[in-house]
Design a protein around this ligand. Sequence first.
Ligand SMILES: [Zn+2]
Length: 282
Amino acid sequence: MSMNYALLKKAVPEGKLAHFLLFHGSGAEERYRAVLDLALVLNCRGDGEKPCGHCPACKKILSGNHPDIHMVKPFKASIGIEQVLTFQSKIYRKTYEGGFRVCLMEEADKLTLPAANALLKITEEPPENTVIILSTSNAEGVIGTLRSRAQTVYFSPPNEGEWKDEIEVFRLSGGDPDLARLIQGYGYQQVRNWIEKYLKLIYSGDFLELFKLFPLEKQEILLLLQVLAHTLKGMVAAKKISPQFLYEIGAAIEMIRRQANSRLVLEVLAIKHIRLGGTEIG
Ligand SMILES: [Zn+2]
């Protein structure tokens, strides 16, 4: 059963917080902020409403120096067994501050099978006063045995109003906060420019236009493709292009992530794009 964060927080004062959680939805930063908030609520020693934000525990958490807060993220492409074993060796110790240990595993869909199994064992014999939180934008990618064991907490994406200054970025991202932040990183105009060059190639059938897109780095092509998928959703809805093309974009992204030659992938995709329609402007 899935719940939202507000509901989860209510379980804290009642001492009913589940010890193993799966945070998904919205963006990585929104989920990270919720983990921080939960750590504060669980450890705040202030009087009155919690978190107070200025007791020693709150201060340590906010400055990233609290010894009972553990953050794990993939070293490389995945979270391997060594990372989980290192994590394990830390969390069965006494808590330094006698407080509540909060452990976050980011990009939990990148746990390898042996790592997921090691983590599963930990959740079967959880250390005291500890909550382990998996965070992911792809809950389906988390190994099933782990997923079924965790209490899932869904975060709704922010709405347009929350991006008022950068509403164009938000729209270009299709409302995906992770993608919106990537676009901000490269600059809105830059990303629009790539999309326009790509579409010009499709509309004109002139493959020389493709060369104008380069030198694009792998990460830039990945971003271009993700934004392209959102840009074309309207055309799919208007039946100007086959919905299969969105699937093709997804497949292209996967191939590039698996180290295929990104330039070649983009060329093949453009050929499919022209074949599947979407060459009318509008
Ligand atoms: Zn406090």
